[in-house]
Write a protein that binds this ligand. Structure first.
Ligand code: KG4
Ligand code: ZN
Length: 348
């Protein structure tokens, strides 16, 4: 099956083409346009993000089809992120994809963005085995899940306040490092000493698997106030604070994930979402390989928001569905008028 997929839930406009069957999932193209200019506002501005998606979506789609060397005639299934995300941003990709599916008379599958991060490690074909513990760490979500198969997914724990990526972004803001914070904190932390200061772990004590990243951010803020950060700041101090903060975040994610593995007798861990690009997180989890664990991290193009993961998740949802008719627009079932003129169909 050839799948055309869209992702527009936040500040990445992405379109991808996949070729999936029982034995192989191949990404033929995965075009991602990141809206970098939000950094000047210190965070994503929803209204601007939506307008930018609207401006870009047609030519991104065209690029995805061209790179995959196929036309709309070859597409069997259309997918798009339907939740969660910024509503205006979601609506652009969702409605574009629905209209396209209707025009080419193919099924449309709405996809949950968080679930698709979970399957992003399957895009390069490296992770295939079940059951596994999934750690999804993004800018808006932090989830620990037990995955027994494509449809049996149990949430074990989540954050009760800020997400892990949000904590990176907020701490970077406090340190004056700009947005998004994760990559720059990661870079500074490499030059710093993680033993410089002990920040609290981001785990909720009375629960088995939950996280809380709001406290650690506040603790960084109070610490910087105490040392009059603005008067004494220098690159070494910033690096040490970044390393100490990052250490506390990584330790928290690692401990809770390991607890979940022990409890459920699982030795396969799949880490995904934007924060999975973090070098210290990768190093910590990869050290578990010595103890017989299988550890998976996505390729960088699949760790950030991308349409390829949406396409794979939509495909899995579709082939595992007992009611495939559900994904076909009512208008196409009842009348034959909706017809695409392939020559006139405007993609630009
Ligand atoms: O999954 P994602 O691209 O978007 C959401 O679905 O939220 O995640 C974005 C988040 C941002 O908070 C960003 O700061 C964080 O991922 N991030 C990182 C790194 N690269 C991106 N966090 C820590 N270390 C990184 N290297
Ligand atoms: Zn995401």
């Amino acid at each position: 099956m050839k799948i055309l997929a869209f992702e527009t839930s936040c500040d990445e406009t992405s379109a991808a083409v996949l070729n999936c069957d029982d034995s192989n999932n191949k990404v033929l193209s995965n075009i991602i346009s990141s809206q970098l200019f939000h950094s000047e506002f210190g965070g994503v501005v929803p209204e601007i993000a939506s307008r930018e998606h609207l401006k870009n979506i047609s030519h991104i789609t065209k690029q995805a089809l061209e790179k995959a060397n196929i036309t709309l005639k070859d597409i069997d299934l259309v997918c798009a992120t339907s939740e969660p995300g910024l509503i205006g941003a979601l609506l652009v990709g969702l409605n574009y994809a629905k209209a396209l599916a209707c025009a080419i008379k193919k099924p449309f599958v709405p996809v949950n963005h968080i679930l698709s991060h979970l399957f992003s490690n399957m895009l390069s074909g490296q992770q295939e085995k079940f059951p596994f513990i999934g750690l999804i760490v993004s800018g808006g979500h932090t989830l620990l899940v037990l995955v027994k198969n494509y449809t049996d997914i149990k949430i074990l724990g989540s954050t009760i306040d800020d997400a892990a990526g949000e904590a990176f972004d907020k701490v970077a803001k406090i340190l004056g490092l700009g947005y998004p914070g994760g990559p720059v904190v990661d870079r500074f932390a490499k030059q710093g000493d993680y033993r410089y200061h002990k920040f609290p772990l981001a785990i909720v004590k009375d629960t088995e698997h939950d996280f809380s990243f709001s406290g650690i951010k506040t603790s960084v803020l109070y610490y910087l106030r105490k040392i009059n950060f603005n008067d004494v700041k220098n690159d070494k101090l910033i690096a040490d604070v970044c390393a100490s903060f990052q250490y506390a975040v990584v330790e928290s994610l690692y401990k809770r994930t390991l607890d979940a593995c022990k409890k459920h007798g699982v030795k396969i861990i799949s880490v995904s979402g934007g924060v999975s690009a973090n070098s210290a997180l990768k190093e910590k989890f990869n050290s578990l390989k010595e103890n017989g664990f299988e550890i998976y991290f996505p390729e960088i193009q699949f760790s950030m928001d991308n349409a390829a993961m949406i396409g794979l998740t939509g495909y899995l949802k579709y082939i595992n569905s007992n009611n495939k008719d559900y994904y076909i627009a009512e208008s196409l079932k009842t009348n034959a008028k909706a017809r695409l003129d392939y020559e006139k169909f405007e993609l630009i």
